[in-house]
Ligand binder design. Structure first.
Ligand SMILES: [Zn+2]
Length: 389
């Protein structure tokens, strides 16, 4: 489970002295067997030692980094021995600092040695997932959950003292309407309390969306108490009770996963529509591999939109590094191009390194009109500024 606290620590980690190792590793068993992974891990750590040898760093610091490399090596060897469901690993090690992220998406193997953690590849993966606050509420209780990357964790159980309808009906000396008012009063206070707690959690833990589980009868009464800002962040409702005997965790997880999936689908469709509209009007959008590569490399891209898992062969200039969908020689420096198995992967890496937001869209949202890749632009460069090849 990746917590906001852990991420905040990483983002702010800047040691006064010493260096930070950032290691990214493709641990996808669907692509590489455990044996291959262990060999790749060894190669990667060796690469780290080579980088270290080539750098002008004082001896004590080098020794500390060496120790960190060995620790990462041991960690990788032990974790890759066992069956694992994560597909990517990100490890950060520095003076008094050690963090591991198990990620649901594969990453390209890489090792960085710098004064601060290298976080772009990690952020690109995390950007893909929404952090949801899930609240299952009835007239007396509420259970709050944190949902992130397919995991659901209880974070708070609220119980308010609300009189039961049966118990109250037995009270002597109370008129029917007075009893009703009494109950409603307590219920309102409970809903308000839950709404306040939700708002606090939402702000403190930086949730992006809210999902609510209630009975239909209580839905409106509860919603009225939510802060308008929070109400706008609701992406779904499902029928549930804050009692895991009546509504098992597994069912909550399924409901929330389905709501998140539907929401993501909507977002994918919206961004594709926006790219197509902007591209059609020759405004701030572009589609297709060649045009997208050119825009990306001229610094014009704000958001790269690419179909998840889509691959395409291409070429790269060994002289200036320019990426091409096809071609023989570089349009900028005339160097003969080298073939690339997958230029899309290179483009995504390029985008991440350039600080461009990458939005992966699910293949089932991709229509014929959208040729697998496109981008939203920050500006549209003059035609002559992009490659003519
Ligand atoms: Zn070139």
């Amino acid at each position: 489970m990746i917590s906001q606290t852990q991420l905040t620590e990483l983002l702010h980690f800047k040691p006064k002295k010493g260096y930070v190792l950032s290691v990214y590793f493709n641990a996808n068993l669907g692509e590489f067997s455990p044996d291959v992974q262990k060999i790749e891990a060894k190669k990667l750590i060796q690469q780290g030692f080579d980088v270290l040898d080539s750098r002008d760093i004082d001896r004590d610091e080098k020794n500390e980094i060496r120790a960190h490399l060995e620790k990462i090596q041991d960690y990788l060897q032990s974790v890759l021995l066992t069956a694992h469901s994560f597909r990517g690993l990100a490890i950060f090690a520095g003076p008094g600092f050690w963090q591991v992220y198990e990620l649901p998406r594969p990453l390209r193997n890489a090792i960085y040695l710098d004064r601060t953690p290298y976080i772009r590849p990690l952020m690109a993966v995390l950007n893909h997932y929404h952090r949801l606050l899930v609240a299952v509420v009835d007239r007396r209780e509420a259970i709050l959950y944190d949902y992130y990357m397919g995991e659901l964790n209880e974070i708070k159980h609220i119980r308010d003292d609300v009189p039961g309808r049966v118990r109250i009906a037995g009270w002597a000396g109370y008129g029917e309407d007075k009893i009703q008012r009494h109950i409603i009063d307590h219920e309102q206070r409970h809903f308000k309390n839950v709404a306040d707690v939700l708002f606090q959690f939402f702000k403190a833990e930086r949730f992006e969306y809210l999902v609510l589980g209630t009975h239909d009868a209580e839905k409106n009464a509860f919603e009225q108490h939510l802060h308008p800002w929070l109400r706008e962040r609701i992406i779904g409702w499902f029928a549930a009770e804050p009692d895991i005997k009546l509504t098992p965790i597994r069912r909550i997880l399924d409901e929330v996963a389905a709501i998140e999936k539907a929401h993501r689908r909507k977002q994918d469709e919206e961004i594709i529509r926006e790219v197509l509209e902007e591209a059609h009007g020759k405004r701030l959008g572009v589609t297709g591999l060649k045009a997208t590569l050119d825009m990306l490399q001229s610094g014009a891209v704000q958001t790269l939109v690419v179909e998840e898992g889509w691959k395409h062969a291409g070429a790269q200039c060994p002289g200036c590094g320019y990426l091409y969908d096809e071609g023989e020689t570089c349009a900028y420096c005339n160097t003969p191009l080298e073939p690339l198995q997958d230029v899309v992967d290179e483009a995504v890496t390029y985008a991440i390194d350039a600080g461009v937001f990458v939005h992966h869209v699910s293949p089932d949202t991709v229509t014929e009109a959208f040729p697998h890749i496109g981008a939203l632009l920050r500006f549209r460069p003059a035609e002559k500024d992009t490659a003519a090849a």
